[in-house]
Design a binder for this molecule. Structure first.
Ligand SMILES: Nc1nc2c(ncn2[C@@H]2O[C@H](COP(=O)(O)OP(=O)(O)OP(=O)(O)O)[C@@H](O)[C@H]2O)c(=O)[nH]1
Ligand SMILES: [Mg+2]
Length: 220
């Protein structure tokens, strides 16, 4: 296993509006990476509410992964710095960074994301992989919010959550078109196993199959 002195972990920075599914998606990603045989560490960067640190710790306990935390009200950048130090010394493969949900209109909170990203860059020598979590049931509103996030900090891809709900599919096409960002993962429920790696071809096939059955096309 990797434990050389200058180990640099892969850092995934998870951002988005309140309640979109960031913390749950982190648990799902941790579960996915662990199944791939990777070592994972969670950083409780949502220090805004005490309950959110606890929420992440409950997931960490269930999944058997470590969670680096400080108290509520701590500086998220300091929590992330600690988590990266721990990952470096332990040779951890992937650090998943949770963040407090924020409205795109709150510029001080948006600035905070930039600060955390800078700490990650300084500590690891590279930009984090930033994944923006978008609630698939939010329609156009989600799109507008996502657009502002992506204009504020560099975003590499999207996690589209709650696609197990009623709204299906269409938003994926709209987002890809309007934001020009790849959908990396889709959330399909509330458990750690409910995350799919997004595959455009399969997705379109499934959409088409739904449409066909909706049209009542008879089977040969
Ligand atoms: N049905 C469904 N529910 C989801 C999915 N992802 C998250 N949720 C639920 O959505 C709610 C909010 O999820 P969180 O992970 O706490 O969202 P968050 O973005 O971390 O929220 P804040 O930290 O408050 O901004 C929870 O009840 C989750 O169980 C999903 O893919 N499908
Ligand atoms: Mg959260």
């Amino acid at each position: 296993m990797a434990s050389e002195e200058n180990h640099t972990p892969r850092v995934i920075f998870v951002v988005g509006v309140n309640g979109t599914g960031k913390t749950t998606s982190i648990a799902k990603l941790a579960n996915l990476f662990r199944k791939e045989g990777k070592t994972v560490l969670l950083a409780a960067g949502d220090t805004f509410r005490a309950a959110s640190v606890e929420q992440l710790e409950v997931w960490a306990g269930r999944l058997g992964v470590e969670c680096i935390r400080q108290g509520a009200g701590a500086d998220p950048a300091a929590v992330v710095f600690d988590a990266l130090s721990a990952a470096e010394s332990r040779g951890t493969d992937i650090v998943l960074v949770d963040t407090a949900g924020r409205l795109h209109t709150k510029s001080n909170l948006m600035d905070e994301l930039g600060k955390v990203a800078r700490v990650i860059r300084r500590k690891t020598g590279k930009d984090p992989e930033t994944l923006l979590v978008v609630d698939g049931t939010m329609g156009q509103n989600g799109l507008v919010q996502a657009k502002v996030f992506a204009e504020t900090i560099p975003v590499q891809g999207l996690i589209l959550t709650k696609l197990d709900g009623t709204s299906k599919g269409g938003i994926v096409v709209a987002i890809a078109e309007k934001l020009g960002l790849p959908v990396e993962y889709v959330g399909m429920g509330e458990t750690a196993d409910d995350l799919d790696v997004f595959d455009a071809e399969n997705f379109v096939t499934a959409l088409f199959a739904d449409w066909k059955s909706g049209e009542g096309i008879e089977e040969g």
